[in-house]
Design a binder for this molecule. Sequence first.
Ligand code: C2E
Ligand code: CA
Ligand code: CA
Length: 752
Amino acid sequence: MDEARTPERESGTLHEAEARFRIAFEEAGISMAIVGLDGAFLRVNRALSELLGYDEDALLGGGFDLIHHDAGGPTSDNWRKLATGVIERYQFDRPYRHADGRMVWGSTTLALVRDSAGAPLYAIGQMQDITARKEAEERADRRARQQSALARLSQLALNEQDVCMLTRATVATIAASLDVSLVGLTEVDADGGGLTHVCGWRGDDADAGAHAPDHLDEAHARHALDHGSAVVVQDAADETRFDVAGLAARGLASGIAIPVAGEGAAPYGVLGMYATAPRAFDHDDLAFLSSVANVLTGALRRQAAERGLRHQALHDPLTQLPNRVLLLDRLRLALARRRRENRWVAVLCLDVDDFKGVNDSLGHAAGDDLLRALAPRLSETLRPFDTLARLGADEFAILLEGLDDPSESVRVAQRLLNVVAQPLDVAGVALRTTASIGIALAAPVADVDGEDLLRDANVATYRAKRAGRGRAELFDDAMRADTVERLALTNDLRRAIEQNELRVVYQPLVHLGRRQASGFEALVRWTHPERGEIPPGRFIPLAEQHGLIEPLGEWVMREALTQLRRWHDDGFALSMGMSVNVSRVQLSRPGLALEIVALLEELELAPDRLIVEVTESAVMEDPDVANATLDALSDYGVRIALDDFGVGQSSLACLRDLPLNALKLDRQFITSLASSREAAAIVRAVCDMARTLRFVVVAEGVETEAQWQVVEALGCDFGQGFLYARPTRPEDMRATVAAIDARLGGRGAARV
Ligand code: C2E
Ligand code: CA
Ligand code: CA
């Protein structure tokens, strides 16, 4: 220090004032220094040496750089201006390192002191300790940064579907917001055992880079999991709660590990961060990390909920199998892959035969049990990458991918039919069921879409059912053409019903004993504007499938009975009845009987003028509802005829349970009488039984005199067929009946 420039020497005349100044300087509560024009401390007071933790000598000797290395310090422009007398004073804030290593913030004001001639002499510096204020500011600043980082993360968590992306962002957020050198996230394995590294971040300093790749100390993480909350390590050297060998080995001195909750009660994993130096993580750090963990938890829970919703939207709740939507999605992908791989794709529709019967006889719960039991059986038959879906009540679909040989699909279908046929224990009953399967194939290059393929398979299933259940049927081009045609026809039929394009013709029934016409069967006719006559055998099934049979049947019923009313009014056919065909679909509707009764009353027709013709299969379809309807009609006095007897699985036993007035032997049966002794025996047995059970027997489709004679000899009561009359337009009916009567009477039989 330059003695010549001390204040004492410069102004000896102010000695007293100087002494006062020195005392004031030394004892001042505020830190002060006298700084020479070269920027070096000439003198420092006690408060300053206390603030910085160095004694006076240390400051005067080596404390030079404490103030010197900063823009706000003495070597700055400001200092040069001050030292040359351009400015009188200036002020700056800056941090200093305390002797114990911590940072101390000072706010310093330097003021120039001039000599009596006005030349710059030295500067007096006063420094105020603003550490607390600075720390508060920094904390507020950091908090704001953390908050905005958290807000960004929350935003991301809302939009990001990829857990991996989200966890990476989480780790990055922590790394950017806290002064740490290592951040890591681990996941608790599904079995609750191991911890798996999810992602991590390392500070770029070499030390941290050398740390183990899992970024999170396992012992620390486990302790946090056991603890169920954040575990803060301030200094690994003092840590006693868990084994710090892992931390020590990696040179980590401090850190926080915090559990991240998962979707349910079980934790998802642990989030952790570490620093290489001991550190008193403050409340803010902890709160921030908790918030980050919460954001992650919220996102994981939300994603789990969304996964749940997605699952629900794409799966059948009963069997947990994929539903139609998911099947179609996979089908779309499979069809695309098929082109690339040059392989076949097959869709199988499997329909449980007589599922309704199970529901009706054992209850819906048993029906559900059956489906639930069936699902795993079916899927065990398939390869792991095939898709088994449930489309509807008793309808399953199977997607077979990557087939080299399309016939493989038929083999799979056969295996499926076999497992369905194994008895299943349902509601304590060993249930045997069968299924019908339709198969549709997509060749490697064919242009098909999923919906079409599924629909084709469905059509083939329908075929399989009609061909006799328990079998598989392959969709082919003929079926495709047929499907298209059926769709077109159905549309036309809808219009035909609405626009009254249908007509009813009547075929007389003949009483064989009395040898006269005794009644009529109403038969619907449709003349298509372009295609001409469409046989009812073609459009009635379409009407049944597409919900058109009810309006159609209702219309025929009203038309036929109105016709009979008209004839009666004209004094014609007064003793004759009208037979009307009622489809099985109509029969399954409970309101049918009431509607028919109301119609009879409206037309003032005696109930026994009407004969309702139902087929046996219609009755068997839903015996309860059908029987209720038939019983109600029968109680009212309407007569019931069982149509088409002899085809299908007719059983004589069931005849006893029905309120039957007539039985119509199917035309095929009558045709086979000529060649089959067995047929004749059956007809005789039926006629015998009819007498016991008090119903009459009608022979349908009598075309020849020979047939007439045979059916009469076997005991049939009535005949119907081209031999007597073809179905006839109502306006020609008088003539037709007259001709029949004349012809039959002409054979010499007595009229009754
Ligand atoms: P179905 O009830 O067995 O009616 C008798 C069918 O046999 C009629 O055919 C009739 O024209 C035909 N037929 C009568 N005698 C002979 C014969 O000697 N030889 C031959 N080869 N055929 C004979 P259609 O009119 O074509 O009706 C076919 C089926 O369509 C009917 O069979 C019936 O099941 C259904 N059907 C007709 N009209 C209606 C209706 O209004 N409602 C319902 N639900 N079904 C109807
Ligand atoms: Ca009939
Ligand atoms: Ca018939």
